[in-house]
Design a protein around this ligand. Structure first.
Ligand code: MTE
Ligand code: MO
Length: 431
């Protein structure tokens, strides 16, 4: 049975296949008898954020009409310049030069879906259940979250555990991410810790389990596309958020609207999108993509291609030290002097130094590195470079974190191609 035979919504050719369902999913637009689609406030705000302004005649827009300004790749509407790696499920990364902003705009935040996006993302009707080993199970609306808990805004880095997978040899199966499954947007929400404390964390709790409203690719409503969790200690740190705003606006539908977790520094697979439930457990979570080889790596270095027993895999926790060159772009032509710049991060740690080389790693020069705007945000760096003569150069960048860990030239191969934090290289022509 293909998903098209079921009632589950599907994303392949999203707007083309069922423009009114897609319209509902993206904008919560309600259709009336005359086929005009009435945008509720939140949907109108989403659409406005995507097209970059208010839409004075929005009442005249037919249901299912894609604003022409957004009609590029349907599944990437509201995104700017992302490379689509897969459209079922939707996976799209951001070319490094489009990640040049200190704070990643919503339109440039990557998308990593494991299943089919929910078709109702109405923030007014959304609820979050907190249950499992808690004193008081709770069901909270987004309005309850805003009212009952301190609302905070933080810049937080999300990176997919498989970012950089395309560089593995022999190749690892999965999305062939290059550099751009990472972003650092500004998220507004409440601290997960505050909500869990209000529910009362029982003393036997060791792990969280996160659930979302998206569908399994098979269309089977009893299967989860992804349900991961974190040790309770990580959940209780003060920069893990239940977020309902992204960069001061609504969450993009593909980034988990209207409610998601943001778990900086750990594989972003722990940051459940379309969040509906958090369960506290007295054992490590065993949901979809928690077990087997998913988001897990061998407990020792292995030879490329070597088989490893499942029990020898461990769950990935913090993401390793890494940096990105966001200017100049790979392939750029530039003058004899230029600024180079980018970002650096190291999960649950800070970065102490970023150095750059223009002579294939023979010599390195320091860069000017900013502190993080808050814990969990990437750090911005820049350096002025002069080239000795015209020609082809590569800018290499390497970060070192506050424990002395430095980005490597090469990393140990692992079967699913996780955690590639090798140095970013950008080729340029100087004239
Ligand atoms: N419900 C749900 N949450 C999810 C996923 C998913 O497929 N379903 N994908 C996860 C993975 S693997 C990553 S890397 C991040 C990506 O977040 P983004 O798409 O907002 O960039 O979301 C995580 N949260
Ligand atoms: Mo991911």
């Amino acid at each position: 049975m293909t998903p098209k035979d079921t009632d589950a919504p599907h994303v392949g050719g999203f707007f083309a296949d069922d423009p009114e369902a897609a319209d509902r999913a993206f904008f919560g637009r309600v259709t009336h008898g005359d086929r005009r689609g009435f945008l509720r406030k939140a949907g109108l705000a989403t659409m406005g954020a995507m097209v970059g302004g208010v839409i004075p005649f929005h009442r005249n827009m037919p249901a299912g009409l894609i604003p022409a300004a957004l009609a590029q790749e349907n599944v990437l509407m509201g995104k700017d310049g992302l490379t689509l790696l897969n459209d079922r499920p939707v996976n799209a990364e951001t070319p490094p030069h489009l990640l040049d902003d200190a704070i990643t705009p919503t339109a440039r935040h990557f998308i990593r879906n494991n299943g089919i996006v929910p078709d109702d993302m109405d923030p007014a009707a959304w609820t979050l259940t907190i249950d499992g080993f808690v004193d008081t199970p709770m069901e909270l609306t987004i309005a309850d979250l805003r009212e009952r808990f301190e609302v905070v805004t933080m810049a937080l880095t999300l990176e997919c555990g498989g970012n950089g997978r395309s560089a593995f040899d022999p190749p690892a199966s999965g999305n062939q991410w290059t550099y751009g499954a990472v972003g650092c947007s500004e998220w507004t929400g409440v601290r997960l810790r505050d909500v869990l404390e209000a529910a009362g964390v029982q003393s036997n709790v060791i792990y969280t389990a996160h659930y979302g409203a998206d569908y399994h690719l098979s269309g089977d409503p009893d299967k989860q596309p992804l349900s991961r969790g974190v040790p309770i200690a990580k959940a209780m740190t003060d920069n893990v958020l239940i977020a309902f705003e992204m960069n001061g606006g609504p969450l993009h539908p593909m980034n988990g609207a209207p409610l998601r977790l943001v778990v900086p520094g750990w594989p972003a697979s722990t940051a459940q999108k379309w969040l509906t439930r958090i369960q506290l457990r007295d054992q490590v979570h065993d949901g979809a993509k928690m077990t087997g080889t998913s988001y897990r790596v061998p407990n020792r270095p292995i030879a490329p291609g070597e088989e490893v027993a499942t029990e020898d895999f461990v769950i990935i926790e913090r993401m390793p030290v890494k940096s990105l060159v966001t200017f100049p772009a790979n392939g750029a032509e530039i003058g004899m002097e230029t600024e180079v710049r980018g970002h650096a991060w190291s999960g649950d740690r800070s970065v102490d130094a970023v150095e750059v080389s223009i002579d294939f790693g023979a010599t390195w020069q320091p860069t000017d590195l900013d502190p993080a705007v808050n814990e969990g945000a990437w750090q911005n760096w820049r350096a002025d470079i002069s080239f000795p003569q015209a020609g082809y150069y590569e800018v290499w960048a390497r970060a070192t974190d506050n424990t002395g860990e430095m980005q490597p030239h090469a990393i140990d191969w692992n079967p699913k191609g996780y955690l590639n934090n090798t140095m970013h290289r950008v080729g340029i022509r100087v004239s």
